[in-house]
Design a protein. Structure first.
Length: 502
């Protein structure tokens, strides 16, 4: 829109009925809405310093609706450093899209959900008698062994969280996290090495608030007892196992700060000070002790143990502190999201270009890649979301189609079940391949697991495939054991809050 016509255009739009103007603005993505706001300033100009009541312009109204529809608490006052509601809400809307608030998460034998009403639900089975993964303790004050519910069939609300509204969930094979609409983080299950962030290593049979965290916008639960959170001003916090051993080698475990030689665990969330000059917008915890962080400036940092060149620095040297991945910077692209598997990593540009690297062929190239490179199999697609877990990866395109792929599992996943890729065969898929059966469903979120995958469409319907508990897809099934589901199958009576759910 030419600048000379912006006043006239804004005047014309303001003459439209409010309902019609709202429909027009709702069709714009974050980038287009920002451009629109910059051009038609009379539709978004605000003056937060003026006393209430303050006139709320159409663009701000749309942004507030988006935040509230996602269950986010906007608040009544601007955070420190912000000068405009529209600018603040635009940045928050962009960060929301980048960090992919997750309505579902998958572990080896359990699943975690937030439904359309924001309730926390879990199902599956506990790994062992000391790991209360499902959070359904009968008596939260008793020991986990005393009140363990070993199996739960269909997704069931967690009683201790019935008065909380959840906006994101995360899980590893040993611990779980949930983020509430009040920007509060809850954790439960195995507390070894401080993975739960409660200043001790004790388990939690039900979700418990992490007192030292507030105003959080993104969470991540990683293997090896590690966790991470990003707050609304872009500060990255990590906690959990400070170092670990693999094949007799002691390694930095991707917390992003130097730990005393006697410190084996970080029991409470600690800020990664090396990124204090950067606003973090996304974080991913790798399976072999490394971490990726994407910043608001479009840079990607990596740190931790450099197993199979997963750090992307063209060397096998581990990094205790965050180090920018120069090979990505050299592309001239802005990177907005990251994902990490056991030995591979992914990064996504603002334009929807997917880059992959690492020693695991789940990097999208079907071969080892020491240097980050664009995934050729998706050159004709604009990727909107991507995920990685263990030895598999997936991507959701602008057309909301789901692509999945994995490594060949030559020497470390003997007997691996590849039905979790959704291609109907028990074989690896070295490069991205579209999953038939959910392409038409317009995928909005994915939880990728080692044995099963869950995908939510834009209506919040959850589709499942892989090795599934029988009662997940059929609540009345008489057998609680797992069985193979080769094609995406809807989970009955469950709707989650996906990106475009009402």
């Amino acid at each position: 829109m030419p600048p000379a016509s912006s006043t006239q255009a804004a005047s014309t739009l303001l003459q439209l009925p409010a309902e019609l103007l709202s429909v027009i603005l709702s069709r714009l993505d974050t980038r287009d809405l920002a451009r629109f706001a910059a051009t038609c300033r009379s539709l978004c100009r605000d003056a937060p310093a003026l006393p209430a009541p303050r006139a709320i312009r159409p663009v701000e109204t749309e942004l507030r609706w988006r935040a509230e529809s996602r269950g986010l608490d906007v608040g009544s006052s601007l955070p420190e450093g912000a000068t405009s509601w529209v600018a603040y809400l635009l940045k928050r809307d962009r960060r929301y899209a980048q960090m992919r608030q997750a309505p579902l998460a998958v572990g080896p034998e359990h699943s975690v959900f937030m439904d359309i009403e924001g309730r926390l639900l879990t199902c599956g089975s506990e790994m062992d008698g000391s790991t209360p993964l499902l959070g359904h303790a009968v008596d939260p004050d008793a020991s986990p062994n005393a009140n363990m519910l070993r199996k739960i069939g269909p997704p069931t609300p967690v009683p201790a969280m019935q008065d909380r509204r959840i906006i994101s969930v995360a899980t590893s094979d040993r611990h779980c996290l949930a983020l509430s609409a009040e920007s509060v983080v809850y954790s439960w299950t195995n507390g070894n090495h401080g993975a739960l962030g409660h200043a001790d290593e004790g388990p939690r049979a039900v979700p418990s608030r992490i007192e030292s965290l507030s105003r959080v916008e993104s969470i991540a639960a990683g293997p090896y007892f590690t966790s991470a959170a990003v707050d609304e001003v872009g500060r990255l916090f990590t906690w959990g196992l400070a170092d670990a051993s693999h094949d007799g080698v002691t390694m930095s475990n991707g917390l992003g700060y130097a730990a005393d030689s006697q410190t084996k665990s970080q029991l409470t969330p600690k800020r990664v000070d090396a990124l204090s000059q950067d606003r973090v917008v996304g974080v991913a915890l790798g399976g072999k002790g490394f971490t990726l962080a994407a910043t608001d400036a479009g840079a990607v940092f990596s740190f931790g143990f450099s197993w199979a060149d997963a750090l992307g620095h063209r060397s096998s040297t581990s990094e205790v502190l965050p180090r920018r991945i120069e090979a990505l910077a050299e592309t001239g692209r802005r990177f907005v999201a990251v994902a990490a598997g056991d030995w591979h990593a992914l990064a996504l540009t603002e334009e929807g270009e997917l880059y992959g690297w690492g020693g695991d062929r789940a990097n999208g190239h079907g071969r080892y890649e020491q240097t980050p490179r664009r995934v050729a199999a998706l050159l004709g697609e604009r990727v909107k979301l991507m995920y990685a877990r263990e030895d598999a990866s997936c991507a959701v395109t602008e057309k909301r189609e789901l692509f999945t792929w994995s490594s060949a599992g030559d020497y470390y996943h003997i007997g691996h079940d590849y039905y979790n890729l959704g291609h109907g065969v028990d074989k690896p898929q070295a490069t991205p391949k579209r999953v038939d059966g959910v392409g038409w469903a317009r995928v909005a979120a994915v939880a990728l697991g080692e044995y099963r995958t869950l995908a939510a469409d834009e209506d919040g319907v959850v589709w499942a495939f892989g090795k599934l508990p029988a009662r997940l897809v059929d609540p009345n099934h008489g057998n609680a054991n797992n069985f193979i589901v080769k094609a995406p199958t809807p989970v009955p009576t469950l709707r989650v809050r996906a990106l475009k759910s009402p």
